[in-house]
Design a protein around this ligand. Sequence first.
Ligand code: BV8
Length: 241
Amino acid sequence: MNSSSIVVLTGAGVSAESGIETFRGPKGLWEGHSIDEVATPEAFLKNPKKVQTFYNERRKKLLMGSVFPNKAHLALAKLEAKWPGTVLIVTQNVDNLHELAGSKNVLHIHGSLLEARCTQTDKVYFPWKEAILKTTKCACCDLAGTLRPNIVWFGEMPFELPRIFEAIEQSSWFISIGTSGQVYPAAGFVEHARLHSKATTVELNLEPSMLSHLFADKHYGPATETVPDYIEGLLLESTSM
Ligand code: BV8
C-alpha cells in the first residue's frame, strides 16, 4: 500500500483553459494593470476604489456562470479521491475551480476572490460574492469602508506557509502545474523539496518555467493534456505497488 503523500502547487496556467487569464502571458492580467497600482497594500491605501474595482471585476467574471473547472482540475480531484496517501493542493490562484472540481484538501496561499476580510477585526467572510464598494458595511463593525479582498498582495505574508513547508518535507512527490515560477515564496517550494524532502519533483507547464532546471521530471503542453496523462500514470503505478 503506497501511503506516500503528494503536494501539488498550481498557478494561473491550470485555470487558463477555463478562460481565466494568466498574469504574465500574452494579454495577461499584469499587461493590463500595474502590480503597483492594484496588488499592493500601498495601492489600496492610495486608491482603494481602483483596487476594489480590479477585484470586483475578477470576482464577477468568476461568478458569471461561464467559468468551469477544466480536465486538469478534474484530474487533480480524481487523484485526491483515488491516491492511497494524502494529496494537498497548494494553489496560488484566487479562483475556486479546484473546489468546484471536487478537490477538498486545498490551501489558497494567496487568498481567494470569494473571501472578504474586515481590516478592523481581521474577520474573514466566506463566501463573499458581491462587489466590495466604499458603502459596503461589514457585519462585525457595522461600518462602511472596512472590507478588503482576502487576497495576499505583494509585500504581504502569504497564508499557511508553516503547514505548506511541513507538507513538502513529508512528501514523496512535488508537482508544480501552470506557474511561471516568478513569485516568491511559492517559487521557492521546489528548492525546499529538493533540499528537505525525498520528493520526486515534477513540472507540468505550457512551456519551461524560470525554474524548469530544478525539476527531475518535466512535461510541457496544455494542462488539460499533461495533467490527466501524468495522473493516470501515477494512479496506475500506485495500484501496482
Ligand atoms: C512576500 C494575489 C514577504 C494577487 C499574488 C519587495 C517587497 C516585498 C516582497 C518582495 C519584494 N520584491 C520581491 C518580493 C517578493 C514578492 C515577489 O515574489 N515578487 C516577484 C514579482 C519578484 N513576493 C511577495 O511579495 C509575497 N510576499 O514575499 O512576503 C514578507 C515577509 C515577511 C513579512 C511580510 C511579507 C506575496 C506574493 C503574492 C502576491 N499575490 N496574487 C492577485 O491574484 O491579484 S501573486 C500572483 O502571481 C498570483 O497569485 C499568481 O498565481 C502568482 C504567480 O503567477 P503564476 O500563477 O505563475 O502565473 P503566471 O501568469 O506568472 O504564469 C502562468 C504560467 O502558466 C506560465 O508559466 C505559462 O506558461 C503557464 N500556462 C499558461 N497557459 C497554460 C499554462 N500551463 C499549462 N496549461 C496552460 N493552458
